[in-house]
Every structure is written in structure tokens, then in C-alpha cells.
Design a protein around this ligand. Structure first.
Ligand code: GN1
Ligand code: MG
Length: 361
């Protein structure tokens, strides 16, 4: 902890640090909560996963632009309690957006007080989250200046993810490939349909917009009454397809079980969560989405679940180099749970498209 203490001291925080402890459930970065003597504000110190985020300077400048822009929008709206509705980066004592030492790259931000995250939400919370994500996209739609940098190139590019998957199958870096032949088939059977929509982009029929690209339910902060405070984890906020943000919330909040549920009987798609989120999302987003984007929303739930299934399986085949794992077969367990969820979304798909048609009329 002395090392962490020395790192935390590099940032512009008042007073003496009294405690630093691990925080949160992220699969990528490592996060610690920092407490300071005689001060109510707490801070988050994060070690940025530099093997995944190669350009930390770009990453941090993106986040600064995003949070500054959202802050301006909230001020224009006379929103109360702004400091709980947008993230605040804490610079280093040298005025930099991150600190680099031999161990890697570090950043700090304020921990938003009285905020809660969940792995599962009620329909009411889901409706509020739908509005929040639409509002997030809307606020960022007029971000001035250059487009945001792609912090992870091809992040939600399904064609690219399939190439990575097929490379992993072919390279046989581990013995695992034979044991998961049935899962590999499940991916290949759906591949053509899953990449088709990217053709629509190339034909100029589908726009890119600034998206969060990691709209897991635990990336939304709620207050104690179930109002959304803000969306966190802005590392992957960059231009993409709106189906991504819609889909990742469905993949996580819409799952009656856990992302890595060891009991597949728990995993199924919850239509009530879908309906509530969609209602909230479209209340705001129908004003700026094209008819094709709206039509593709339920497809987004399939796509992102399929993508996550293939990403977990790819990592399993590669010997667990990307996601933090908690036991040796964790990525396999995650892959199986995601496939089960995907199958349940497929079963519900006609009902999902019918629901969207019904609220548009
Ligand atoms: C990662 O950082 P975290 O745990 O919120 C991942 C997402 C995946 C998610 C799966 C940069 O998100 O893309 O959907 O795990 N982030 C990155 O739970 O790869
Ligand atoms: Mg996260």
C-alpha cells in the first residue's frame, strides 16, 4: 500500500491520505478508493491497463473533452448538483491528466458521493437508464473540434472481432480449442448475419455517433431514490453505432442471471427490462435517430451479446490474456453464459421488434 500511497500523493488532493483500498468490479483497469483526513470527498485512483489502452494521452484528453462538454450542457440547463452528474478528473501536481511511473499509468477522479451501482436493476431503474444513455448520446452529439480519438481501434467492429476469434482458433495457442468445438460452431453459424450491418455503414446507410461503448448496467450511477446520476467508465466513449450502447445495456441489465453465471438455468432475457429501457431510451432518442437505427436496436442486443460471447471465447482460446479472471475456466464459464443469453434473446427477438413498432405508432 505504500507504493499506492506514493502514487496517490502525486495528484492534486488536499490533506493527508488515510486509507487506500481496492474498489469496483472492472475487468480491465485496477481501481482503488482513496480517503483523505478531515475531508468528505473521496477519490478513485486507477491504474490504466496500458496493454489495452495504448495511447493514454489520447484516452485522458478524450475524457477531459467529454466531461467538460457534458458539464457545460448541464450548466446551460441549470441542472442542480452538477458535481454528482459528471465525472471530475483530478490533475497531478504538475497539472497533467495522468501520472506515469515504472509500474504504469495512473489517473485520479472524484468518487461521486452517495452513488450506487447495480448488477441487476428493476424496470423503473431501467427506464431511467434508457433516458440517461439517450441523453448522454444527445449531449455529445455536438462536441466541438476534432472527432474523439479511437482509444481502442476497431473496438466494436464485429468483422475485426471475428478475425481475432478465427486467428485464435487457427493458432491453437492452447489445447482448449478441441474442447470447445460446439461453441466455435455456435459463433460460425451466426457470423454472416452478425457482420451484415457493417455493410450498411459502408453503403452510407448507417451513421456513426459518439457512443459510450461499455454501457454495462454497472457503469450507471444511481442515487438512493433510483434516479440516474451519471454514466461512468468513459474509456471507450468514441464514434460508433448506437446499437452498441443499446445492446450492451440489454446484455447486462436484461440478463436474469449473471454475466458469468455458473448455473445456466439462471440465464435468460428479461423482456420487462427491455421494454422499460427501450421506452426511456426512445423518449429522447427518437428525435435524433434514423428509422434504420431504430429498427436495428433489438438486433443490437443480439450483436453485442454475440460479440461478448466471441470475445470471452477468444480470450479463453488465447490463454486468458485480456480479461481479469477469477479462476482458470472463468472465460469459458462467461462464454457459456453469454451463449445462453444470446439464445434467449433470439427467442424473444420477434417480440422485441413488435414492441418497438408498437411504441412508435
Ligand atoms: C470490460 O472495464 P469493464 O469491466 O467495464 C470491457 C467491455 C466488456 C466488459 C465485459 C475496454 O468492461 O468491452 O463488454 O468488460 N472493456 C474493455 O464485462 O474491453
Ligand atoms: Mg466498468
Amino acid at each position: 500500500m505504500q507504493i499506492l500511497h506514493n502514487i496517490a500523493c502525486q495528484f492534486e488532493i488536499p490533506g493527508n491520505i488515510t486509507d487506500i483500498r481496492p474498489f469496483g468490479k472492472g475487468h480491465i483497469n485496477s481501481t482503488y478508493k482513496v480517503t483523505v483526513a478531515n475531508e468528505p470527498t473521496e477519490y478513485l485512483l486507477q491504474k490504466i491497463n496500458h496493454s489495452i489502452f495504448k495511447d493514454v494521452d489520447m484516452l485522458q484528453h478524450n475524457i477531459l473533452r467529454i466531461t467538460n462538454h457534458i458539464r457545460t450542457k448541464l450548466l446551460e440547463r441549470n441542472e442542480p448538483d452538477i458535481d454528482r452528474k459528471v465525472l471530475t478528473l483530478i490533475p497531478t501536481k504538475h497539472g497533467k491528466l495522468y501520472y506515469q511511473d515504472a509500474a504504469g499509468y495512473w489517473r485520479m477522479m472524484i468518487l461521486i458521493r452517495d452513488s450506487y451501482t447495480f448488477e441487476a436493476v428493476t424496470p423503473e431503474y431501467s427506464y431511467a437508464a434508457g433516458k440517461a444513455f439517450a441523453d448522454f448520446q444527445r449531449m455529445l452529439s455536438d462536441l466541438p473540434g476534432e472527432p474523439l480519438g479511437e482509444t481502442i481501434p476497431d473496438f466494436h467492429n464485429m468483422e475485426f472481432r471475428l478475425r481475432q476469434f478465427r486467428d485464435a482458433v487457427q493458432e491453437k495457442k492452447t489445447e482448449r480449442v478441441n474442447a470447445v468445438a460446439d461453441l466455435i460452431k455456435e459463433i460460425e453459424n451466426r457470423a454472416v448475419e452478425m457482420v451484415h450491418f457493417q455493410q450498411l455503414y459502408r453503403e452510407g446507410k448507417l451513421p456513426k455517433r459518439i457512443n459510450h461503448c461499455d454501457t454495462k448496467v454497472n457503469n450507471v450511477l444511481f442515487d438512493s431514490e433510483g434516479n440516474v446520476l451519471c454514466v461512468i467508465d468513459l474509456d471507450t466513449t468514441m464514434p460508433g453505432f448506437v446499437v452498441s450502447d443499446f445492446g450492451d445495456f440489454m446484455r447486462t441489465a436484461g440478463n436474469a442471471g449473471l454475466e458469468d453465471d455458473p448455473d445456466l438455468n439462471n440465464v435468460s432475457f428479461n423482456m420487462e427490462i427491455f421494454e422499460a429501457f427501450t421506452k426511456g431510451y426512445l423518449e429522447i432518442a427518437r428525435s435524433f435517430l434514423t428509422p434504420l437505427e431504430i429498427e436495428l436496436l433489438p438486433f443490437g442486443a443480439r450483436l453485442i451479446t454475440y460479440m461478448q460471447f466471441s470475445r470471452f471465447l477468444t480470450d479463453y482460446l488465447n490463454g486468458d490474456t485480456y480479461y481479469k479472471i477469477h479462476h482458470p475456466e472463468h472465460n469459458l464459464q462467461r462464454s457459456q453464459a453469454q451463449l445462453k443469453l444470446l439464445q434467449s434473446i433470439e427467442t424473444n427477438y420477434p417480440k422485441m421488434t413488435a414492441f418497438i413498432a408498437s411504441i412508435l405508432n
